[in-house]
Design a protein around this ligand. Structure first.
Ligand code: ADP
Ligand code: MG
Length: 292
């Protein structure tokens, strides 16, 4: 680990974030949304899930962790003056760089078109997470939208989360890559249950087939628990919403894909939860453990 990383780590360990008493009931639930393949619908899902959860009275912070290729702002239709870059380069605090979007959700943009953001050092990642931790007392749920694939940036956020949602579509390439993500999670000794969302299904049988396939191969070959969180239909309204830059749930609340995402939000809130949220402090500890 570099000197800078060691210093930042020490600063973080000494900081009040980790020392302040854990307030029962005030911990954020940290959910990372990821996929193997790109373009499967992570960002649209995350943004609309955030809106659905906010509609159910939850305080939501969305972190765009697809650093350098940030899309949350675009899908949300809400431009942000600052991004993670200001956190890293200008010494601003997270409270300065978050923007308030529809339904009171807060989000931090991931920066766009900046090469250095695509390959952040561990020290930078730690700094970002220690800043996000400051929201533990505010956010009920922190949703982290990642990039695709098995890069270190992505895996760090996957490994540290309380819960991980893996999105796939019914395409064989997307399924294969979702499996690769599950495998990587198992290899790194991930323990949180992985929750599958199959996006762009044409009928329920198709969704069920994808889920059955992924659950059965994971049971045979991997030491991870995988369960089904739900499906989202292929829906032209979603494409229209992206073009209008008004999120699906706002522009087409009655659309079938909106209903699907609302169902998933309900399931996340009221369905059985297997994990007790460890809050942002827990997330941060896991993050440090994984970076090692
Ligand atoms: N349920 C869906 N129905 C129709 N098109 C979809 C759906 N989900 C995603 N898309 C299409 O896929 C594109 C990529 O989605 P996005 O959320 O940006 O993916 P990712 O974040 O995984 O790269 C969207 O702009 C839209 O055109
Ligand atoms: Mg995306």
């Amino acid at each position: 680990m570099s000197d800078q990383a060691a210093k930042l780590r020490q600063m973080a360990l000494n900081s009040s974030i980790l020392k302040s008493p854990i307030k029962q009931g005030s911990k954020s639930r940290v959910i990372t949304v990821t996929s193997g393949k790109g373009g499967v619908g992570k960002t649209n899902f995350t943004v609309n899930l955030a809106l659905a959860l906010a509609g159910l009275g939850q305080k939501i912070l969305v972190i765009d962790a697809d650093f350098g290729m940030s899309n949350v702002e675009v899908v949300l239709g809400c431009s942000s003056r600052y991004s993670v870059l200001n956190l890293l380069e200008d010494g601003l605090n997270i409270t300065d760089v978050v923007t308030v979007g529809p339904r009171g959700i807060k989000f931090m943009a991931g920066g766009s078109g900046m090469y250095q953001l695509a390959n952040l050092s561990d020290a930078h990642l730690q700094h970002i997470v220690s800043q996000i931790s400051l929201f533990d007392n505010w956010a009920d749920i922190v949703l982290v939208d990642t990039g695709a694939g098995l890069s270190r940036n992505v895996l760090n956020f996957v490994m540290a989360a309380d819960e991980v949602i893996i999105i796939t579509t019914p395409e064989p390439t997307a399924i294969t890559d979702a499996y690769a993500m599950m495998k990587a999670y198992g290899v790194q000794n991930g323990v949180a249950p992985l929750r599958l969302v199959v996006n762009r299904i044409v009928d329920l049988d198709e969704g069920q087939m994808v889920v059955d396939k992924l659950i059965s191969v994971s049971q045979r070959f991997l030491d991870v628990s995988v369960n089904n969180l739900g499906y989202v239909y292929e829906d032209r309204n979603l494409v229209k919403a992206v073009k209008k830059q008004v999120p699906l749930l706002v522009s087409f609340p009655e659309a079938i894909s909106s209903r699907c995402i609302e169902n998933i939000a309900q399931r996340l809130l009221y369905g059985e939860t297997t994990q007790r949220p460890r809050g942002m402090r827990g997330f941060f500890r896991k993050f440090l453990e994984f970076i090692g």
